[in-house]
Design a protein around this ligand. Structure first.
Ligand SMILES: NC(=O)c1ccc[n+]([C@@H]2O[C@H](COP(=O)([O-])OP(=O)(O)OC[C@H]3O[C@@H](n4cnc5c(N)ncnc54)[C@H](O)[C@@H]3O)[C@@H](O)[C@H]2O)c1
Ligand SMILES: O=CCCC(=O)O
Length: 539
């Protein structure tokens, strides 16, 4: 019976592709199907009917979107729910040649879209935003299915994603230029800002909607067109967003979504080396960021990179411990610890260390783990088996180096293979892996410190510099420490720094460029200076 159920999950036609792009189609017989299941190519025990879970069934599309149309393909990859391992659907596995069609569509659309007024683009963005919020439940359901985060968090992500549309609708008409006094008496100069052109957008799985809209809303506000490549773990939210963009009246070719898995490297290279793509905005790991930067050198593209973090969370003794724990929990366990701004190293002053650790462990032990679609769940699965292995490795390493597990510390296999119990580790030491590497999982490692100078040095002892946090009620210390922290963002007395209105981005190996805020649109604009001569002396 189990085998029969498993066999039903094997696609009716299987397309196997070679690296050279040649395709072979199979109608699997039982033997081949068994081999596929054994090889792990098809691991689901059942399929989820996503459309039945949505009120707008058309939002779930198993197609790329190029030039406003569904782009079919004969090659596909499967997408799975990390909570149940059931198959959610299949997505086109596009080759660089097919991706070329998306770039052509974006390039053609740019010729007219660049000429729209900023007011027209703002109107389109607001329309898109309204549709996204009307579809909040459906989009959140898709996010939870693809990514695993609890449904309440997924709804929050949709609202966060929509906030960038609203924000950049406001920023579009405010892309002001300057009037400049020149050194030559007869001259006058001014600047105007123009859209850079077609933008390549590469995004990770941890925020299937918000990492896209933070880039795309800014690009559209500026008058650019985009080709989005979402992560192969979470493509359906991106496709639904593009469908809503079309319904909002955003012209065909302005928002394209390409999906790929087997041709990831080649498609990445295509994004970097195609001269029609003038800007690449990437959110993901530092290693991939370095590769994309190297690959882009031949085309000298404008680049924005939001890369990995390893956030310190510093607790000084002048704040109530309960407030510090609440902020630490908010920062650490968002998305089961899988956000780039999650606290990774919690530094607590020795005078309140034991109390903090105990209260943190008590809070974390009360978390409700499970399938994010169920009521009341606040910790879902991790994205895949590799993520669980990494978390397990960090916990084992911490124990080996003297760390004491106060909560969790083990896989939560009773919920499924991708679950890990939210964990608190006391007596964390700088020699542990967790000090140097982002865990990207639900592990709170708590370090003890004695002096301000010591903790600032410890916090800055990282090759990345994205978010950082400090808790203190001493205003002088807040300024002093915030200014010394080598990070792009500092949260003082809060565990959340993300907001459409504030600049988001890092320093060091966390990348460069800023998203959101009044600076976000600048990443998609070129400044042109226009000098008028022969005007005469100024009055
Ligand atoms: N700074 C931020 O805003 C931010 C946000 C989310 C995640 N992150 C970072 O991302 C990392 C985890 O995410 P991840 O595992 O998905 O990262 P990743 O770098 O593996 O993947 C990110 C995206 O890049 C794509 N990609 C991978 N290899 C590629 C290649 N050779 N060419 C082109 N595209 C390629 C992936 O398909 C995905 O779409 C963490 O380090 C995290 O801190 C940073
Ligand atoms: O994971 C990175 C982005 C998280 C955020 O925007 O708050």
């Amino acid at each position: 019976m189990v085998l029969q159920t498993r066999l039903m999950s094997v696609p009716r036609v299987i397309t196997v592709h070679t690296r050279s792009g040649a395709r072979v189609h199979h109608k699997p017989n039982a033997l081949l199907a068994c081999r596929i299941l054994r090889s792990g190519q098809c691991r689901s025990l059942s399929n989820i009917n996503v459309k039945d879970k949505l009120s707008a069934r058309y939002l779930f599309r198993e197609a790329a979107i190029i030039d406003g149309k569904d782009f079919p393909s004969t090659m596909h990859f499967q997408v799975y729910d990390p909570a149940t391992e059931a198959q959610i659907g299949v997505c086109p596995d596009l080759t660089p040649r097919q991706v070329d069609e998306a770039i052509t569509a974006a390039h053609t659309a740019f010729q007219s879209f660049r000429r729209t007024t900023s007011f027209e683009r703002a109107k389109l963005l607001r329309e898109w935003r309204n549709l996204v919020m009307e579809s909040q439940e459906d989009l959140a359901t898709m996010i939870t299915l693809e990514n695993g985060k609890p449904i309440a968090e997924a709804k929050g992500e949709v609202a966060y994603a929509a906030s960038f549309m609203d924000w950049f609708a406001g920023e579009a008409p405010r892309a002001y230029g300057d009037v400049i006094a020149t050194s030559v008496a007869g001259n006058r100069a001014m600047t105007i800002k123009q859209p850079v052109g077609v933008c390549g957008i590469i995004t990770p799985w941890n925020f299937p909607a918000a990492m896209i809209t933070r880039k795309v809303a800014a690009a559209i506000a500026a008058g650019c067109t985009v080709v989005i490549k979402p992560d192969a773990e979470t493509p359906f939210t991106a496709i639904a967003l593009a469908k809503l963009a079309k319904i909002a009246g955003i012209p065909d070719g302005v928002v394209n979504v390409v999906t790929t898995k087997s041709f990831l490297k080649e498609v990445g290279e295509k994004f970097c080396t195609d001269e029609r793509i003038k800007k690449l905005s990437f959110t993901g790991s530092t290693n991939v960021g370095k590769l994309l930067m190297a690959q882009s050198s031949s085309t000298l593209k404008k680049l924005s990179f939001e890369l990995g973090g390893n956030a310190p969370f510093i607790v000084f003794p002048d704040v109530p411990v309960v407030d510090a724990v609440t902020a630490a929990v908010t920062s650490k366990f968002r998305g089961s610890g899988q956000t780039c701004v999650c606290a990774n190293r919690i530094f607590v002053h020795e005078s309140i260390y034991d109390e903090f650790c105990e209260l943190l462990a008590e809070r974390v032990s009360g978390f409700k783990i499970g399938n994010g679609l169920e009521d009341g769940i606040n910790q879902g699965p991790l994205i895949h088996a590799r993520a669980v292995d990494k978390v397990e490795g960090h916990v084992e390493d911490a124990i080996k180096h003297g760390g004491k597990v106060l909560a969790g510390g083990k896989r939560a296999t009773e919920f499924g293979p991708h679950f890990y119990h939210p964990t608190v580790i006391k007596d964390a030491k700088p020699r542990m892996k967790i000090m140097k590497e982002e865990t990207f999982g639900p592990v709170a490692a708590v370090f003890k410190f004695s002096t301000e100078a010591e903790v600032v040095a410890l916090a800055n002892d990282a090759d990345v510099g994205l978010a950082s946090y400090l808790m203190t009620n001493d205003i002088n210390r807040a300024f002093r420490v915030a200014e010394q922290l080598e990070f792009g963002m500092v949260g003082v007395n809060t565990g959340i720094v993300s907001d459409c209105a504030t600049p988001f981005g890092g320093v060091k190996f966390s990348g460069f460029g800023r998203e959101g805020s009044k600076y976000g649109i600048e990443e998609y604009l070129n400044i042109k200076s226009i000098t008028f001569g022969g005007i005469g002396a100024p009055y």
